[in-house]
Design a protein around this ligand. Structure first.
Ligand code: ZN
Length: 318
């Protein structure tokens, strides 16, 4: 998947946010342009970049959030967007300044002229033009509750969009907020349910766990009413180390999976061990446990690649 990141005013793609996104979102190709200082140059340049890259999501912070809002047709997150650069920004005054982060072209300073400020003002009058209902579903605003640099960005945002989220923090993102708030939001927005082949997952788990008996046999054991019927113990001959810590015996998990296949879904959460997407299973203990009043059921997160049972959320018991 592809993510385009738009940096803030006076910064560059070499900022720490880009590095944190690259380190954390390993399933994404993170593309980060140095944004031209003059909006008359920046806006067409960024639109062209998006047309060429076709990103799955665009994330912009501060001034970058203002530009991200204008990239129609893509999913995007505007983080503490600075929609009123020309009037509200204390940073946007005529003069020559030093870039906060190194620029790819080696430039160390930039100049703000009255003309550039007027270009910001012109762009701002048109920035919310042409927002459709489909657009509204694609755009998120993410706001720090203690943002003292750009105030009221959420008020402007809410005049045009409705998907907002808040985090406990200020204008600048830090590693903790990126990992705890921004990254999960990116994964949630870009996640699209895919068709999953249940038989493929069952066969993969059986093979990795070394379970030799047939799937029919697993289901028969799972549905056995009496413990005596469990005459065949599910043998595993090469169970990997990571698969040995379990909430439920794997035979019962597979029996449950075969019995409730429609309750399996691919999640947007990644395995803490290998980074693969995990599946959510409804796991109910075998029939004989319910008869014996020791039944347990709930949702389990499983990584089919490792394989491992990552978590279990108990919802029913008798
Ligand atoms: Zn895994």
């Amino acid at each position: 998947m592809k993510l385009i990141y738009f940096h803030g005013f006076g910064s560059s793609a070499a900022g720490s946010t880009v590095q944190t996104l690259r380190d954390t979102l390993t399933e994404f190709d993170v593309i980060a342009p140095d944004i031209p200082v003059d909006p008359a140059e920046a806006l067409p340049y960024l639109k062209e970049l998006c047309r060429n890259v076709q990103p799955d999501i665009i994330v912009g912070t501060s001034m970058g959030g203002m530009y991200a809002q204008q990239m129609r047709g893509y999913k995007r997150i505007c983080v503490n967007p600075a929609f009123e650069m020309s009037t509200m920004s204390a940073a946007l005054k005529s003069g020559t300044y030093e870039f906060f982060n190194p620029r790819a072209d080696g430039q160390t300073h930039f100049t703000i002229t009255d003309e550039i400020i007027s270009h910001f003002a012109e762009m701002e009058t048109r920035q919310f033009d042409g927002i459709t209902d489909a657009e509204r579903r694609m755009v998120w605003g993410l706001f720090g509750t203690n943002d003292d640099v750009v105030k009221g960005g959420d008020v402007i945002f809410r005049r045009h969009y409705y998907k907002t989220a808040y985090f406990n923090g200020g204008h600048r993102l830090n590693v903790e907020i990126i990992k705890a708030v921004l990254v999960p939001l990116i994964r949630k927005i870009t996640f699209t349910a895919q068709e999953i082949d249940i038989n493929e997952i069952i066969d993969k788990l059986k093979s990795k766990l070394g379970i030799m008996c047939s799937t029919e046999e697993l289901v028969r054991l799972y549905n056995a009413q009496n413990l005596n019927d469990k005459d065949i113990i599910v043998k595993t001959d090469k169970i990997p180390k990571c698969a040995r810590t379990v909430f439920f015996p794997w035979g019962d998990v597979l029996g449950s999976l075969c019995t409730y296949p429609y309750k399996m879904s691919l999640t947007h959460e990644l395995c803490p061990r290998c980074g693969s997407r995990m599946v959510s299973l409804y796991v109910s203990s075998p029939a004989w446990t319910w008869k014996g009043l020791c039944g347990r059921a709930g949702n389990m997160l499983v990584c089919p690649e490792c394989p491992c049972q990552v978590s279990f959320d108990l919802t029913e018991m008798n």
